[in-house]
Design a protein. Structure first.
Length: 132
């Protein structure tokens, strides 16, 4: 089956790209951060699955995505307005990156899940703060 573009050769990737584009088109800053957390947790859970099912390519792709998201979250911190919270989050993101890379080298699904759980807790707090 031929697809319209080189970017769309995988139907699942095409769906994800369309979904993300639709969710980000009119999103404000806080909504984008929430989306990044969702994508980050998903990438880590998929990396865990891939590590446990001998899928090194998928694991590598998801680790790369998770690492890029962690960098994006850190780059978006406003240390002037965020103060100590920004410093704490920067430290958390840097530590998460190190842990994710170590998990990738050791092929540890459990470690990926642990980081995902921690970040999912933060994502939940972010959702609650946005809803308030």
């Amino acid at each position: 089956m031929a697809y319209a573009s080189a970017l769309a050769r995988n139907p699942l990737d095409t769906y994800r790209q369309i979904d993300i584009a639709g969710r980000t088109a009119n999103a404000d800053g806080p909504a984008l951060v929430q989306l990044l957390y969702e994508e980050l947790v998903s990438a880590l859970r998929t990396a865990a699955w891939a590590a446990e099912h001998n899928q090194p390519r998928t694991r590598s792709e998801r680790v790369t995505r998770a690492t890029a998201i962690l960098f994006a979250l850190e780059a978006g911190l406003d240390f002037d307005k965020g103060g100590d919270v920004s410093v704490t989050l920067a430290t958390l993101y840097a530590g998460a990156r190190r842990t994710v890379l170590d998990a990738s080298l050791s092929n540890s699904g459990a470690t990926f899940r642990s980081v995902a759980d921690t970040l999912e807790d933060i994502a939940g707090a972010w959702r609650q703060a946005r809803a308030a």
